[in-house]
Design a protein around this ligand. Structure first.
Ligand code: HEM
Length: 458
């Protein structure tokens, strides 16, 4: 018997292996599609304990264990050396990779600049950039199907960069885009030795990453110097102005020029691809579910989403927001949070040795059979106001605890606004029937550049 309501779209997903992977298949999956490293049992159990070359590797799903790692004993769990060696060249010593007291100082200083009161300023940049992209896309769509992943990647990077450096984009936008896209396509991907060696031992690829770093720092410093020469304005124009004025509420310290540069780089890198993917998957799901697309279209039909009205419009988009939340559930861009245990610990019945790799996977949690009804079905209504509350550690696209995503508000604002503007303007449909499967290497992306037909709405 089919237990779904018949209208629910159940998108295809990569098959989980029947049992735990051997070493070779594990490394192959990490490099090609990490969504396939967890066996079927992972979607039913509270934990899966495996090992790689003698080093314990734990996937944890139980709320208490997740709470212990991310909240209660968070200081005992640090970023992995693979994360550090791959991201350090581009994000430097910014918030994402800092630890301990240095992290606390940075987080305290940045947090007020990311508070909800910045939404109106950001929503204006977002709506402006989206209007421009929609005009370009409309011209393309009149000629044939459109590559939506390329479109949203372009737009999200444009929004991230304009929100940081609104004034300098005309001059530096192309160079910024070239460097970030180039890094993501090559040096930003994990290779075998990245996963195997401690961060202190450099590989040939690390040398290339160092060369990238010196060019990247050069570009960012040039942009910052150009901004500092521009006359200040009474009120902040973008995140750069906010972070320049930011002070640690406990010590009063401001960011140095180098810290400011690494923070800006961190925000652009952590924010743009993840948000682009959220948009891609939201559009894909709506293109696949006519009922839901019509509900969003009806919601946005009469709403002013222009730059001056965008911030206020956000309160009028519950179904659009629920669609974004559901897309983040089915396709969490950050599919795994990885940590290394600094000292021994205990997670319920499981003894965690020093150096163990701990994985908390939003991908697994969001499709866990004990945490969700019909986990594979697309049903935005799960996130409407009257739906039963989801357990805090069953749904965590932005992580949890003190290191939760500092840009979550920014990302949700952007995803809702852009989705609303796209659906207000176009009816979206997939141009062919090839299944679109999620593939995770660094983030959860589509396995191919799916083409969409966009038809203007009246
Ligand atoms: C849909 C989009 C996004 C998703 C899914 C996402 C997801 C996440 C997740 C899961 C974490 C926690 C990682 C961990 O605990 O290991 C995180 C951290 C972080 N995110 Fe996001 N993020 C998004 C957008 C953004 C944006 C727009 C920004 C900046 C404007 C941003 C900046 C950061 C930073 C700086 C951290 C590190 C925080 C810390 O360590 O204290 N993210 N993000």
């Amino acid at each position: 018997m089919n237990v779904h309501a018949p209208s629910f779209f159940v998108p295809p997903r990569p098959a989980a292996p029947a049992k735990e992977l051997g070493l070779y298949r594990f490394f192959t999956a990490v490099r090609t599609n990490a969504l396939q490293i967890w066996p079927r049992a992972a979607y039913e159990q509270e934990a899966v304990v495996e090992s790689t070359l003698g080093r314990p590797r734990l996937l944890i799903n139980a709320p208490d264990a997740i709470h212990r790692v991310l909240v209660e004993n968070a200081a005992n769990y640090c970023r992995t050396s693979a994360t550090i060696r791959i991201l350090r060249p581009i994000v430097g010593k910014g918030l994402f990779l800092s630890e301990g007291e240095e992290w606390r100082h940075q987080r305290r200083t940045i947090a007020p600049a990311m508070a909800p009161r910045i939404v109106p300023m950001m929503a204006r940049h977002m709506a402006q950039a989206t209007e421009e992209t929609i005009a370009q896309v409309a011209a393309l769509a009149a000629r044939g199907p459109v590559d939506i992943i390329a479109t949203v990647q372009f737009l999200a990077l444009e929004i991230a960069a304009r929100s940081m450096f609104s004034l300098e984009m005309r001059q530096y936008g192309a160079a910024l885009r070239r460097m970030i896209m180039g890094f993501g396509a090559n040096l930003g991907r994990p290779y075998f030795l990245d996963l195997m060696l401690p961060a202190a031992i450099p590989t040939l690829r690390d040398l290339a990453r160092m060369r990238f770093r010196s060019r990247w720092v050069g570009l960012m410093d040039e942009i910052i110097a150009a901004r500092l020469r521009a006359p200040p304005e009474g009120k902040p124009r973008d995140l750069f102005d906010m972070l320049l004025a930011a002070r640690d509420p406990e010590t009063g310290a401001a960011f140095s020029r180098a810290q400011l540069r690494d923070q800006m780089a961190t925000m652009i890198v952590a924010g743009h691809e993840t948000t682009a993917l959220t948009l891609f998957w939201s559009l894909y799901l709506l293109a696949s579910s006519a009922v839901d697309q019509e509900r969003v279209a009806a919601e946005v039909r009469a709403i002013d989403l222009g730059p001056d009205a965008a911030a206020e419009a956000l309160t009028k988009l519950p179904y659009t927001k629920a669609t974004v939340n559901e897309a983040l559930r089915l396709y969490p861009p950050a599919f795994v949070l990885a940590r290394v245990a600094i000292e021994r610990d205990r997670l319920g019945d499981i003894a965690v040795p020093r150096g163990a790799l701990i994985m908390i996977s939003p991908w697994v949690l969001h499709r866990h059979l004990r945490l969700w009804t019909d986990p594979d079905a697309f049903n935005p209504a799960r996130f409407l106001g009257d739906a039963p509350l989801v357990h805090r550690f069953a749904y965590m696209p932005f992580g949890a605890g003190p290191r939760t995503c500092i840009g979550a508000q920014f990302a949700l604002t952007e995803a809702c606004l852009v989705l609303a503007m796209m659906i207000q303007r176009f009816h979206v449909a997939l141009a062919d029937t090839t299944p679109v499967l999620p593939v995770a290497v660094i983030v959860t992306q589509p396995d191919h550049a799916a083409l969409f037909r966009l038809r203007p709405r009246d």
